[in-house]
Design a protein around this ligand. Structure first.
Ligand code: UT7
Length: 341
């Protein structure tokens, strides 16, 4: 059985920086820099300009990952695209990315799969890619996490509880087959659908006829509570801590690892306080934890691949390092992976 390792990483964030103060001053949101920083650690985020969808951000991140892996479009056997903010209701963003990368023009038509597991989407996708590679079915899988959330945030005081948290961005990795003794050693995934309503965006509801209410002229009418994401923040916070610690400990025990064996922790970036709480409660050194929520906010499926790509770029993440990735999010869903880089 081949091992599945990460042969290349890439990331892209849109150039437009929006600070916490700008949320108040430019968007008129009743918030303060102090509230957002103290509660979440976020200082600023990136918003993509109109005309940019997640597949556009993903193109940049994918090209960087391909270049770093020294691979071309033709080497890719499968695209796995994780996002909660897909370009359209359907088709998935994976096929749109395939077209925008120029694969179709080159006569190359690899399968493309969308994964809808929100903040855990990257780890679900990594697990899928790893299994495909280890089974021998695929040699190189392009895994993307990309989000344009700014298009679907209620950027008003009414939506401040959610709008202050999220940002746009894309991260990509190539999962490749190797005979070398390295790669994804273990992954663990979980879900608890009892909490499916706790963090959700029900912009349409297919149990209704039609799925979006219409006015007398046949124009779709979406109420604000349907249009924008809703979250019970405190409940999510509590479950995030319990599940992230739980799933990480499961991977440690499956691999016979202790905290000292891990060189870097690449946790989902939902709230700096969640990750700091976990770091302190398990007694891990602060410097082993990668963070970027301060400058990008929560980029959902993109947080972990952006962290990995940035850490490679800065030289923090090098061959031989043992990395522990953990995520939790809407669903609830969660996951963890141990990777020997
Ligand atoms: O990646 C997906 C997973 N998501 C998460 O893991 C998020 C987990 N949850 C959290 O990180 C925290 O619950 C939040 C950061 C979202 C919120 O922090 P909190 O301490 O739980 O605040 P809260 O929602 O209980 O709100 C406290 C107060 C409320 O005012 P009142 O009712 O006490 O008067 C809110 O209206 O803070 C108010 N508030 C704000 N004030 C200023 C909520 N959002 C804002 C804001 N600026 N942006």
């Amino acid at each position: 059985m081949p091992n599945a390792y990460i042969s290349g990483t890439g990331f892209y964030v849109p150039p437009r920086v929006v600070t916490n103060d700008q949320l108040r001053e430019e968007y008129g949101i009743d918030t303060t820099d102090e509230w957002i920083r103290q509660r979440t650690g976020i200082e600023e985020r990136r918003f993509a300009d109109e005309g940019n969808a997640p597949s556009d951000l993903a193109v940049h991140a994918s090209k960087m990952a391909l270049e770093n892996a020294e691979l071309t479009n033709k080497d890719i056997d499968l695209i796995v695209f994780a996002t909660l903010s897909p370009d359209f209701a359907f088709p998935g963003s994976g096929v749109i990315l395939q077209r925008k990368l120029g694969m179709c023009d080159e006569g190359h038509f690899p399968p493309a799969l969308d994964v809808r597991n929100q903040c855990s989407g990257f780890l679900y996708s990594l697990a899928t890619a790893t299994s495909m590679v280890q089974s021998g079915a695929m040699k190189n899988v392009l895994v993307i996490g990309a989000e344009v959330q700014s298009a679907a945030l209620d950027l008003s005081s009414r939506g401040r509880g959610v709008a202050a948290l999220f940002g746009d961005g894309a991260g990509a990795v190539i999962v490749s087959a190797t005979d070398e003794d390295r790669g994804v050693r273990h992954f663990q995934l979980g879900a608890d659908g009892r909490h499916a309503d706790v963090l959700s965006q029900k912009v349409w509801d297919t149990s209704k006829r039609p799925f979006i209410p219409q006015n007398a002229d046949g124009v779709g009418q979406v109420q604000p509570e349907m249009m924008w994401a809703q979250m019970q923040g405190k409940l999510v916070f509590k479950h995030a801590i319990e599940r992230m610690i739980g799933v990480m400990m499961q991977t440690f025990s499956a691999q016979g690892l202790t905290l000292d064996d891990v060189d870097l922790f690449a946790f989902h970036q939902a709230n700096l306080r969640i990750n700091q709480y976990i770091q302190k409660s398990i007694g891990a050194p602060e410097e082993k934890f990668l963070h970027n929520i301060q400058k990008y906010g929560n980029t959902t499926a993109a947080t972990i691949p952006i962290l990995l790509a940035e850490a490679e770029q800065t030289g923090q993440l090098t061959r031989g390092k043992k990395v522990c990735c953990v995520a939790f999010g809407s669903g609830f869903t969660w996951g963890a992976a141990i990777i020997d880089w």
